[in-house]
Design a protein around this ligand. Structure first.
Ligand code: BEZ
Length: 214
């Protein structure tokens, strides 16, 4: 067993199984969670650079979903959008007695190219005066489509990406619905939780949709 496999196996043994969602998990929580906390992680860039053959596309016509790119790797690439310093999302705590079930369900649900990583998550500081002190980071499991996975695409032209999203669909529904849900979910997280890459793709898709109605 590798150190990483051991890390995965041991994670959550002290009733501290937290999973961070930066994509569909923000609006579609994992089963059996008992806490949901909005916040962010740092050191990554969220991009629609991962092909989806199982949810928002098919093996013959893959859709596009988000993955996280390590910021140091992103710095070596040529991209069309500026990165946001923070990747906003939601962390979920899974109670100890449900961890095995959730692991099995999640691995089936999320596998298409994604692998398990761990990252510190910063909960949004509460706005209530009684708990205004900084909240310590929480170590979270996160699914990332790493650059070496077969579904990873790398930098995309935003116009082509928007058109591709508009024409894709899979067993979980229309690809555009995933994009629009993500945008709405991000706005719902807090005042600073936007993502310029996501917002620009939404703007482009709405524009193309509008042209179609003329
Ligand atoms: C997420 O929402 O964080 C997510 C969901 C499925 C695969 C990868 C990430």
């Amino acid at each position: 067993m590798t150190d990483h496999e051991k890390e995965i196996e041991d994670f959550g043994k002290n009733d501290d199984f937290w999973i961070f969602g930066y994509g569909s998990l923000i609006w579609k929580p994992p089963p059996h969670y008992d806490q949901r906390v909005p916040g962010y992680i740092e050191g990554y860039v969220r991009r629609f650079w991962q092909q989806s053959e199982d949810h928002r596309g098919t093996p013959e016509a893959p859709g596009r979903v988000v993955t996280l790119i390590d910021r140091a790797h992103w710095d070596t690439l040529t991209d069309h959008h500026e990165p946001t310093e923070r990747v906003w999302g939601a962390a979920y705590h899974i109670p100890r007695e449900k961890v095995t079930t959730v692991r099995q369900l999640m691995d089936i649900r999320e596998i298409n190219g994604y692998s398990i990583q761990f990252t510190p998550f910063q909960p949004i500081p509460s706005s209530t005066p009684s708990s205004a002190s900084p909240t310590p980071p929480i170590r979270c499991l996160v699914y990332i489509g790493l650059p070496e996975n077969p579904q990873f695409l790398g930098p995309q032209d935003p116009g082509e990406l928007a058109r591709h999203i508009l024409q894709s669909r899979g067993p979980s529904g229309e690809n555009r619905e995933y994009l629009f849900n993500l945008q709405d979910a991000l706005v719902g997280l807090g005042a600073e939780s936007g993502d310029a890459h996501v917002a620009d793709l939404v703007r482009r898709c709405r524009e193309i949709e509008g042209e179609g109605e003329k």
